[in-house]
Write a protein of this length. Structure first.
Length: 286
């Protein structure tokens, strides 16, 4: 495995960033590690870092923060050049429990701060996301979470935390890909200055065989994954594709040397579907 991972970076550092509403810069393309086993985390995340990714997206529930931390410890990249996100799991919602869960995440990661801490799901039936948000505000004050945000929040959940605390999340990380483009939510975010981060940006690999995407890829001499990711970047989104395969890790990062034309952007935008959601509806997910 290590010899495959030793390939030269495709594009080292010329990656775009997004300026968040708290003035921090976040890389626009990152590496997601859901379903990466903890024991393989160091090698797989190490490969991503070697390729050039600087944003790593993990979560307490992924149970691989230790492996991610090992990769960070071994990579010899200055800490300030990395952007590490982790997330508060649903069981730990509430003010005190969120603070405890954050300590645990930092310890597993071996870090003294994260760049972005997110509430993973609103879990409205629990009724604790405002208290959890207050804990994240405290963590930002302490400087141990440089930026704070949420994930899977709908406008009503966002309105509530903003209304009750006066603090707007920097980021909302939501399911977003060509089949589920979240246009209304993105417009809402734009009005509030919230940056949109796409989870499952490749539709969990299901978009690769779409005819229109394949045709654009063929025309441009790119792969379907690269066309999909380029659409996210050209749409002003932050995207965090996941792969455990070295060649795909590199392929997914090799997207900075081309742009999509207006016509291709329109074709891709037309793939939006009311039935495109793959994951759960945040109102129901516990
Ligand atoms: P994804 O859309 O990134 O798709 C990943 C899958 O696509 C891979 O497992 C592989 O099967 C395939 N793939 C990847 N690169 C490919 C390539 N170049 N060619 C062909 N196939 C390829 O799906 P994901 O892992 O669900 O989402 C990415 C990240 O988003 C996760 O790892 C995680 O960090 C985050 N996420 C967050 C939430 C949340 O609730 N906040 C939920 C799901 C995922």
């Amino acid at each position: 495995m290590s010899t495959q991972f030793a390939r030269k970076p495709v594009v080292a550092t010329t990656q775009p960033t997004i300026k968040l509403n708290d003035d921090h810069a976040m890389p626009q393309l990152g590496f997601g590690v859901w379903q990466v086993p903890d024991a393989e985390g160091a090698a797989i995340v190490g490969a991503a870092l070697k390729t050039g990714y600087r944003l790593i997206d993990t979560a307490a529930i992924y149970k691989n923060e230790r492996g991610v931390g090992q990769a960070i410890a071994q990579c010899h990249i200055p800490r300030q050049d990395l952007f590490i996100t982790t997330k508060l799991w649903n069981d730990d919602q509430g003010y005190d429990s969120a603070l405890r869960a954050f300590d645990q995440s930092l310890e597993l990661l071996g870090l003294d701060y994260v760049d972005l801490y997110l509430i993973h799901w609103p879990v409205p039936k629990k009724g604790k996301y405002v208290e959890s948000w207050k804990a994240l505000i405290e963590l930002k004050k302490q400087g141990r979470a440089k930026s704070i945000g949420v994930s899977n929040f709908k406008p009503a959940h966002l309105e509530r935390i903003i209304g009750e605390t006066g603090v707007t999340p920097a980021v909302n990380q939501v399911e977003l890909h060509q089949k589920f483009q979240q246009r209304a939510l993105r417009a809402f975010h734009a009005g509030k200055g919230i940056s949109t981060e796409s989870w499952s940006p490749l539709g969990q690999g299901k978009l690769m065989n779409d005819k229109a995407i394949k045709a654009i890829a063929k025309k441009l001499g790119r792969t379907p994954a690269q066309v999909i990711l380029r659409w996210h970047l050209d749409s002003g989104l932050i995207a965090i594709p996941k792969s455990a395969t070295p060649s795909r890790i590199a392929e997914n990062f090799d997207v900075f040397g081309f742009r999509l034309g207006d016509e291709d952007m329109q074709t891709l935008s037309s793939l939006d579907s009311p039935k495109g959601r793959i994951g759960p509806d945040p109102d129901d997910f516990n």
